[in-house]
Design a protein around this ligand. Structure first.
Ligand SMILES: Nc1ncnc2c1ncn2[C@@H]1O[C@H](COP(=O)(O)OP(=O)(O)O)[C@@H](O)[C@H]1O
Ligand SMILES: C=C(OP(=O)(O)O)C(=O)O
Length: 645
């Protein structure tokens, strides 16, 4: 008799309400165990559809619940074969027996129309999986609910490798919205410190941490500094002002309340220094262009030569004879406001700080040192590449930082737009060579700020970033202010999964050139082990790679090779876990790690088996880099292939 069914039966016989209450407490659903609970155990789940914006989310939630039952009863859950999640992904209704819903009504579910749907789940046991001696399992397997659901549904190879970052703004800052983004695959929540108040940011960070702690998500938090840039302070209108061809405007740093007609207020006192009559001022990389016709003290009188819209906080760039006059580097990379935002981020325990307008490696090194002295946890510093100056010093900046964001928005102000695709490819390549995670940011799905579907060109742009093996893709206004943030996230999710599958099917892996990173012998050994591990996993067609790592180094070295199977990184360090969230193909798990590596490996495999996430016959490549401690003197670097018994 399968153990789980027996346990459930026993539980129901003793107290039929216990199970119902247990399930009820798992959140959101009204659930009712059916009176007949012979094997296989059947219970029905009824959910209010308005809580969910897509069938995949609904089923994800169910699987999260069922996953908890598996943990509770130490058994394996089998999903009814009739429930095919993939059918829901592209909007095809799932309407086979067992699951009913009306796609038309589903679409209106966001307007909170209550539609009830019912699904029957079958709960059973896979004979070879349940450990008889569940007491022998030590510790808890820190799997996040979303990866667990994805793994159950899609299997090892179906796990998405490209990570997703969402900018949080007014459109998605409620706990419900944040949870929907987490369920939709958000790995990192980004907060742009340019916008909104300290209290607002604190509230969002705390909500994300609450979701992680109480509901088992694993969403990292990134703050993004405002940085120093020459931009328009205010032009006196809530949205935008039109500049007509030939109109004369006054550019000043004089401070005044309200608006003045034909006046642009710049934020930086020295904005006009070194600027000559005849130079051009460009708004937001091309929204409107002005020619300087007169210098009046520190101010400039300018004529509009290319009419367009002047948006709030528009970025200003200066051009002479078709060449950029670089002025932003005159400003400090971190302003006093940025430092105070960084202090705030450290005190709130954020995982990443993205540094705007980095122009050299020293600024990054300085911030990294500062953060490491101020915070007991490891906070990763990402350098944003968004200026010509940064492109000139790309390698040293990448080397100095913990990761890179290709900030295409501001970069497009300083370099011609047609250069963005090749520059992006170059930056992703350098980052991979130097083993630093790279985020491709800005305007990936810009049209979805307004519309519920992306343009074909946007999908092609997303696919290109995935093809280039970027570690992560980022949403900006699409999630921060747009009404279709969850849909935009779903587009990133589906497009990256599809592109990754295509890459594997077509065997498109571009092999990493053998650039050796490590300078010491142990580092070089670790690197070679990881390169071999990735090659072996591909060549032997293994199901997964397990890596045991305290600081994440081995996990990232394997990820750098972009192997076919997913990488499960077992770590006992929660900062490492949160940092690995940005790394291509890595699913980080928090576990207890002892000095006994054999015990770590068998313990974690037992735990994962007990959850039903791995089965007999699955093949796993196990890599470890546990470094010596006071009790063990030897470095434990190993690689082995295990077939699950
Ligand atoms: N915390 C926030 N509060 C209010 N609006 C925000 C917030 N974060 C982002 N936004 C809005 O979303 C847009 C896109 O955000 P972001 O990616 O930070 O880009 P940027 O500031 O460069 O425009 C911003 O222009 C702003 O209108
Ligand atoms: C991500 C970017 O930075 P920000 O949103 O701070 O302008 C960008 O410029 O592309």
């Amino acid at each position: 008799m399968p153990q789980i069914a027996a346990d459930l039966n026993a539980m129901l016989e003793q107290n039929p309400k216990t199970l119902a209450n247990y399930i009820q407490n798992l959140g959101g659903f009204s659930k009712r165990p059916l009176p007949k609970y012979q094997e296989p155990f059947i219970f029905s789940i009824t959910a209010n559809l308005w809580d969910f914006t897509s069938p995949i989310r609904f089923f994800s939630k169910i699987m999260a619940v069922v996953g908890d039952l598996a943990l509770k009863f130490g058994g394996m859950i089998k999903k009814d074969a009739a429930i095919n999640l993939r059918k829901g992904v592209f909007g095809v209704p799932v309407s086979r027996h067992g699951v009913f819903f009306n796609p038309r009504k589903f679409r209106t579910s966001e307007s909170r129309i209550r539609v009830q749907i019912q699904s029957v789940m079958q709960v059973g046991v896979e004979s070879a999986v349940v450990s008889d001696d569940s007491n022998s399992l030590k510790g808890v397997l820190g799997f996040d609910v979303v990866s667990e659901v994805e793994l159950r549904e899609k299997g090892f190879l179906g796990l998405r490798k490209t990570k997703l970052v969402c900018t949080v703004g007014p459109a998605c800052c409620s706990i419900d919205d944040l949870e929907k983004l987490a369920l939709g695959g958000m790995n990192v929540a980004r907060l742009n410190m340019c916008h909104n108040t300290r209290e607002w940011h604190q509230d969002v960070i705390r909500k994300i941490k609450k979701l992680n702690e109480e509901k088992g998500y694993c969403v990292s938090v990134m703050i993004d500094t405002e940085g120093s840039q020459i931009h328009v302070v205010d032009h006196g209108a809530p949205s935008s002002v039109k500049a007509e061809d030939g109109s004369i405007w006054f550019f000043t740093t004089e401070k005044f309340e309200g608006s003045r007609p034909f006046t642009v207020q710049a934020n930086y006192e020295g904005f006009s220094e070194g600027i000559n009559v005849g130079d051009e001022i460009v708004f937001d990389g091309g929204m409107a262009t002005f020619e300087v016709v007169e210098k009046v003290g520190n101010d400039l009188r300018c004529k509009c030569t290319d009419p367009g819209l002047l948006l709030p906080r528009a970025k200003l760039s200066f051009w002479r004879d078709g060449k950029l006059v670089t002025k932003n580097y005159e400003l400090p990379t971190l302003s006093s406001k940025d430092w105070s935002d960084i202090e705030f981020g450290i005190s709130e325990g954020v995982d990443f700080i993205a540094m705007s307008f980095v122009n050299d490696a020293d600024a990054v090194t300085y911030l990294k040192n500062y953060v490491s002295t101020k915070s007991s946890k490891s906070i990763k510093v990402l350098a944003k590449i968004e200026s010509l100056e940064a492109l000139h010093k790309l390698e040293e900046i990448v080397e100095a930082s913990d990761g890179i964001m290709i900030a295409r928005g501001d970069l497009g102000v300083e370099i011609p737009l047609e250069q963005i695709p090749t520059v992006q490819e170059k930056i992703t390549y350098v980052c991979r060579q130097l083993n630093k995670p790279v985020v491709v940011a800005s305007q990936l799905l810009e049209s979805m700020v307004e519309y519920p579907t992306p343009t074909r060109a946007e999908v092609a742009d997303v696919s290109e970033a995935v093809r280039q093996y970027a570690d992560a893709l980022m949403l900006s206004g699409e999630s921060a202010i747009g009404p279709f943030g969850q849909k935009a996230l779903a587009v990133l999710n589906m497009t990256s999964s599809r592109m990754e599958l295509w890459g594997r099917e077509e065997n498109r892996q571009n092999v990493l050139s053998q650039h050796i990173l490590g300078s010491s012998l142990p580092d070089q050994i670790a690197e070679q082990i990881c390169n071999c591990a990735a090659g072996m996993a591909n060549n032997l067609g293994l199901d997964a790679i397990f890596v045991y790592t305290r600081h994440g180094q081995m996990a990232s070295l394997i990820s750098r090779n972009r192997p076919n199977p997913p990488i499960f990184a077992f770590t006992n360090n929660s900062s490492t876990r949160m940092a690995l969230n940005l790394q291509w193909g890595v699913t980080p798990l928090l576990v207890d790690l002892s000095d006994d590596m054999e015990a770590n490996i068998s313990n974690s495999i037992d735990l994962i088996k007990t959850k039903g996430l791995i089965k007999t016959g699955d093949t796993v490549l196990v890599v470890s880099d546990i470094i010596p401690t006071s009790t063990t003197q030897t470095v434990f670097q190993s690689i082995m292939v295990k077939t699950i018994a």
